[in-house]
Design a binder for this molecule. Structure first.
Ligand SMILES: [Zn+2]
Length: 136
């Protein structure tokens, strides 16, 4: 689907800024806000930081993007708009792990450990890697 249509189908106006930011996200797939801001400044030097934050919030609220927090506290925006897991590589890249069986298995294993009246909201596993060479 074309970017303009994708944004409209989420119930948002396809403004030039929204189209540019969504295009960046399609290019990078997983990205912290500071990198999105610096890429936007290259394309549209007069864009404000608050505009980028507002657009990212509207994308997340409308279900166009998701976000997650890494083990070291960094918020990463994600072009994949549904629940999935990640492998974070040593160069801070992210590989999607879309494995419904894994998610179902985790649910089955932890359901009886939840407090009464609580249910699982979301499951996001983050696996980090280390270089095999460092162990040698
Ligand atoms: Zn992802």
């Amino acid at each position: 689907m074309e970017i303009r249509e994708k944004i409209k189908s989420a119930g948002l106006k396809a403004t030039p800024q929204r189209r540019a930011i969504y295009e960046i996200m399609q290019d990078v797939c997983h990205c912290p806000i500071d990198e999105i801001i610096s890429r936007m400044k290259e394309i549209q030097p007069d864009v404000t930081i608050s505009t980028v934050y507002r657009v990212m919030d509207s994308f997340c609220e409308s279900g166009l993007l998701t976000k997650f927090v890494t083990a070291d506290g960094k918020t990463i925006f994600d072009i994949t708009p549904y629940e999935h897991h990640h492998i974070q590589t040593t160069d801070n890249g992210f590989i999607d792990v879309d494995d419904k069986q894994l998610t179902t298995l985790i649910k089955k294993r932890v359901l009886d450990k939840l407090p009464a009246g609580e249910d699982i909201d979301q499951i996001q596993i983050q696996i980090t890697t280390k270089s095999k060479l460092q162990e040698a």
